[in-house]
Design a binder for this molecule. Structure first.
Ligand code: SAM
Ligand code: SF4
Length: 439
């Protein structure tokens, strides 16, 4: 097969897992002689790595596809492919709504991409959407966009069945990358000069290596020992699966960041039951208490959904009260959108009016902003360890970095460069950023 040095550009939507997948797809294409284009306009092939988790990500995909339609009309040889979660469950609609799309490829079929591109001139409307229970892309060396912090998927798919969530439909059953391979990849990242790695999985704390009889606590410990000079992060943890042994490992190992992202979705036990999350409000609070017992200064962040099916005003208030009780450091907040193929789409009425969903979401956002502002202001006067990641957006004389608790800090750079770890005295705070001076 020959690519004749065709260039490609990838639009990436959605979560860190999709960003990591884009790095894998880039490696697969570069390995076959394709070259990355500087921007979409210069590319012979435009790929859209799609996200189906919420309706608005799908809408943004639609907007870009609509722009590409005009481009393809002007340049017939342009190749357009949609990858990832959306085509996995919208196969028919992809080709009927966007007939100019050349091919669609699901998350387990990226190895076939170079061949699919090569054939796309002869064979129109190719679709590769097979689930592959074994595929982890282990052994492919991703082409990473950064040099300081890396994402490393340690598992793919999800075996849970949360009523609102399309991920089990789009990404299939859960599978883990083996212990030895993960540890070797982290060691290689450390040797290449990376300062931080985030281990990724939709439900990362159900990672396991059956042969080695290890769970995620064992993996985290192994990784932390293999790369003692690196910061280790991980996401996403599911409340029902976060174990005391895992929390003890985080507490014991200095290079594992004391930040746990623990999506709760709702503060109402009835909602949690309807969402099929597998725990109650009280059980969630017990987990938070357990975490705080072992790691008193842990940052805890979450995901929240406003206006899930049949949610009452009182149940919404329970979400607000849970937020105050836990005091989340920050949150990703969404209003519910029906996702085709989910249990909720088939069985529950989407009966909270759009305006009510939006108003509840705004109340959640306002409360989170005030909690975060208070927490961040509590850091003023403290000296914290920061890993510098990049120049700040506003000025090249300032750097942006993160604390172990994942707070963004902007500080005057002095002699420092991205990649340095340094102490910063915090002098100011908003609800999303700390400011300070290197000490
Ligand atoms: N695996 C993670 C977990 O269980 O917590 C979450 C993965 S999901 C890709 C990220 C977040 O998107 C969820 O935690 C949820 O808050 C949100 N989400 C998922 N489906 C949604 C829907 N149909 N409407 C609104 N938000 C949704
Ligand atoms: Fe979706 Fe639930 Fe799996 Fe998270 S744990 S990916 S919300 S099904």
């Amino acid at each position: 097969m020959t690519s004749m040095s065709q260039s490609f550009y990838i639009h990436t939507f959605g979560c860190q897992m999709n960003q990591a997948d884009t790095e894998i797809v880039t490696a697969l294409l570069v390995g076959e002689g394709f070259v990355p284009a500087a921007d979409e306009a210069a590319a012979d092939i435009v790929l859209l790595n799609s996200c189906a988790v919420r309706e608005n990500a799908e809408e943004r995909l639609g907007n870009i596809l609509t722009q590409l339609k005009g481009r393809k009309r002007r340049r017939k040889e342009l190749i357009i492919g949609v990858l990832g979660c959306v085509p996995q469950f919208e196969r028919e609609r992809m080709f009927s709504d966007y007939p100019f799309v050349d091919f669609i490829v699901g998350p387990d079929n990226y190895r076939e991409l170079p061949g699919i591109i090569a054939n796309s001139r002869e064979q129109k409307r190719l679709a590769r959407l097979d689930y592959d229970q074994q595929e982890t892309y282990a052994g492919i060396d991703p082409v990473r966009t950064g040099t300081i912090s890396a994402f490393l998927p340690v598992m793919r798919g999800c075996n849970n069945h949360c009523a609102f969530c399309v991920v089990p439909v789009t990404r299939g059953r859960e599978r883990s990358v083996g212990f030895e391979r993960v540890v070797a990849e982290v060691a290689a990242l450390a040797a290449a000069g990376f300062r931080e790695v985030t281990l990724l999985g939709q439900n990362v704390n159900s990672w396991h290596d059956a042969e080695k009889r290890l769970d995620f606590a064992g993996l985290l410990e192994g990784v932390s020992i293999a790369a003692p000079q690196m910061r280790i992060r991980f996401t996403t943890s599911h409340p029902k699966d976060i174990s005391e042994s895992l929390v003890k490992v985080i507490a014991a190992r200095a290079n594992i960041c004391n930040h746990i992202h623990l999506p709760v979705q709702s503060g109402s036990s009835r909602m949690l039951d309807l969402m099929k999350r597998g725990h109650t409000r009280e059980e969630y609070l017990d987990r938070i208490a357990m975490i705080r017992r072992h790691i008193p200064d842990a940052a805890i962040t979450t995901d929240l959904i406003a206006g899930f099916c049949t949610e009452t005003e009182e149940e919404h208030q329970q979400t607000l009260s849970l937020m105050e009780e836990v005091g989340f450091d920050s949150s990703f907040m969404f209003h519910y959108s029906v996702r085709p193929g989910t249990w909720a789409a088939r069985n529950l009425p989407d009966d909270v009016p759009e305006a009510v969903k939006k108003r509840r979401l705004q109340e959640i956002i306002d409360l989170q902003n005030s909690i975060s502002r208070e927490k961040y202001q509590g850091d003023i006067g403290q000296t914290v360890e920061v890993l510098a990641e990049s120049e700040s957006k506003r000025s090249s004389s300032q750097l942006m970095g993160r604390t172990m608790t994942n707070r963004a800090v902007v500080f005057s750079r002095g002699e420092c460069n991205p990649g340095d770890t340094l102490l910063v005295k915090i002098t100011g705070a908003t609800s999303a950023t700390l400011t300070g001076e290197a000490v």
